[in-house]
Design a protein around this ligand. Structure first.
Ligand SMILES: CC(=O)N[C@H]1[C@@H](OP(=O)(O)O)O[C@H](CO)[C@@H](O)[C@@H]1O
Ligand SMILES: [Mg+2]
Length: 550
């Protein structure tokens, strides 16, 4: 950086002083905080995005969203060239610049980083960054802060920041991935791909099952960005979907996938007239999806969570892969299922019994996605409904030849290959996507001829579970191992948890971990009965409280 460049960056960063006394951390999904605290952070992440774009010679995405958090919060996260999460080895730089106390130290950090990582600013490559935001009103000024990062850094490297407008988080990730693979990066091309693939999947949906489930799906869109986008998708397909909570109410307030999954309560706008119908909830930025049905009195939900979506998809995919395997001459296909410790124990047991390979990673999409990408076909879902199905490039080319009826193979094999290709087109390959999820669930239910009740009951019955939060002064005091299932620090805590779990054998299971998005320690407990799960969660929460708060 020469003097002129340094002063351009200094000047623009002095417009965005960080709020005093706030410590930012690039958590499970980027920076999140009260929106009023975030302008400096968004500006600084804009600089990071431009540098990452130069370094990778690719388009980078910046999404302004706080997902399922309350309306007054906001956040920012980076989409890497693959469309996935920011490379983990850049996270410490994100933390450092977000917390730099003044413009001088910020510029120094940027300068040192450019040198250390060897970012070549002088080779004529201009940064290209796609910006997106959800429907939060605070996103407008935060978007401006991100654009100012361009002005700050333009004299150094030159850059283009393209505003994609109000989009779902998965749409922005999809566009980044698509552009970097040489494809189109527009909402239109996203809708085209999803709808064409969905139609293709229905075309290859043989048997008696097809068409049995033609009743309406009712979707709670959390008063977020997903409502309008689902309406657009619906207009391109003959989908029988009614979208509620499309944005007139308060975002995430008693609505949305997080509310329905964590509180197990009926979302606003749903009640007794909906009893027994097939319903679904998206979260505020439409990267999570759960299904549910309302009880006859309108007061309770039968939740069909991410684990059941994962299980439904896994069964369907395995069926198709088994058909290919029967006739395949060229090698075995690796199929892997990825969950976290929050997955209901009954789901893991079910999947293993079905002969599937199940891996467990720490919480956070970046870990699940990375693991799933190791397989020819990898599927991951968090219990909260964030997940997707990934296909390796090698397997996709094998599918191309299997689906080509001209060169041999049975009709059965051709059908299975076509269905798998369609799944690849429907399911966002960059990140979990609630709109993709809705399309695939609807298609697979049609294929199987299942109602939501059959889906909920036929695979397995959830073990009762309870999640609690303990508010602590410093959640980083807890360290965990074995995919967060065991506490290694502070000493003695795990033994105390084990003591409680022993009282609830054989089905009792419990773990605690520090949240990556809130100042809390989360407690998860499972038991053979509702009382047992509740009791285990409560007693472990009070142990955590004793260890950390006294
Ligand atoms: C128990 C739970 O649902 N945790 C969520 C939540 O992370 P925490 O680190 O638990 O706060 O938000 C993450 C980002 O959306 C999501 O990946 C994760 O699954
Ligand atoms: Mg979300």
């Amino acid at each position: 950086m020469n003097e002129e460049q340094r002063s351009a960056l200094l000047n623009s960063s002095s417009l965005f002083p960080p709020p005093p006394g706030v410590k930012f951390s690039y958590g499970t999904s980027g920076f999140r905080a009260d929106a009023s605290l975030l302008e400096s952070t968004v500006f600084r992440v804009g600089i990071l995005a431009a540098l990452r774009s130069i370094h990778t010679r690719s388009v980078i995405g910046l999404m302004i969203t706080a997902s399922h958090n309350r309306l007054s919060d906001n956040g920012i996260k980076v989409a890497d060239p693959s469309g996935g999460m920011l490379a983990q080895n850049w996270e410490p730089f994100a933390d450092a610049i977000a917390n730099a106390p003044d413009p001088n130290s910020l510029v120094q950090l940027v300068y040192d980083f450019i040198k250390r990582v060897n970012i070549r600013l002088d080779e004529g490559f201009s940064a290209e960054v796609f910006l997106g935001r959800d429907t939060r009103p605070s996103g407008i000024s935060l978007l401006e802060a991100a654009k100012q990062a361009k002005l700050g850094i333009i004299s150094i490297i030159g850059s283009t920041f393209t505003d994609m407008g109000i989009v779902t988080t998965p749409q922005l990730h999809w566009m980044v991935r698509s552009r970097n693979k040489g494809g189109e990066a527009s909402e239109q091309s996203y809708y085209n791909q999803l709808s064409t693939s969905f139609r293709c999947l229905l075309d290859y949906c043989p048997g008696e099952g097809c068409g049995n489930v033609d009743d309406e799906l009712i979707v709670d869109a959390a008063d977020g960005v997903g409502g309008e986008k689902l309406e657009t998708l619906k207009s391109k397909l003959s989908l029988n979907v009614q979208v509620r909570n499309r944005g007139a109410g308060v975002l995430n307030d008693g609505v949305g996938a997080d509310y329905v999954q964590k509180e197990k309560l009926v979302p606003r706008g749903f009640g007794p007239p909906d009893a027994g119908k097939r319903c679904a909830s998206l979260d505020g930025d439409a990267d999570r999806l759960v299904y549910f049905s309302v009880s006859s009195d309108g007061n309770a939900v039968d939740l069909v969570d991410g684990d059941k979506i994962l299980s439904l998809f896994s069964v369907f995919l395995k069926e198709q892969l088994d058909v290919l395997a029967e006739e395949e001459e060229g090698g075995v296909v690796s199929f892997g299922v990825v969950q976290t410790a929050y997955a209901n124990g009954a789901s893991t047991e079910y999947l293993r019994r079905a002969g599937l390979r199940v891996a467990c990673t720490p919480t956070g999409v970046k870990y699940l996605h990375e693991k799933a990408a190791e397989y020819d076909v990898g599927i991951y879902f968090e219990a909260n409904g964030h997940g997707t199905v990934l296909f390796s490039d090698g397997f996709l080319s094998r599918l191309d030849s299997s689906s080509n009826a001209e060169i041999g193979g049975s009709e059965k094999k051709h059908g299975a290959a076509m269905r798998l290709r369609a799944v690849n087109g429907i399911m966002n390959q960059a990140v979990g996507d609630a709109l993709s999820g809705v399309l695939l669930v609807e298609a697979v239910l049609l294929y199987k001829g299942w109602s939501i009740h059959q889906w909920s009951e036929r695979l397995y019955r959830d073990l009762p579970s309870r999640q609690l939060k303990v508010i602590v002064h410093d959640r980083s005091v807890i360290e965990t191992a074995d995919a967060e299932t065991r506490v290694v620090k502070p000493a003695g805590l795990q033994e105390a948890i084990d003591g409680e779990v022993a009282k609830h054998s054989p089905d009792g299971r419990c773990f605690v971990r520090p949240s990556g998005t809130e100042d809390v320690v989360r407690v998860y407990a499972e038991g053979s009965t509702r009382e047992s799960a509740d009791d285990l969660a409560r007693s472990v929460a009070s142990i955590v409280d004793r260890y950390l708060c006294s």
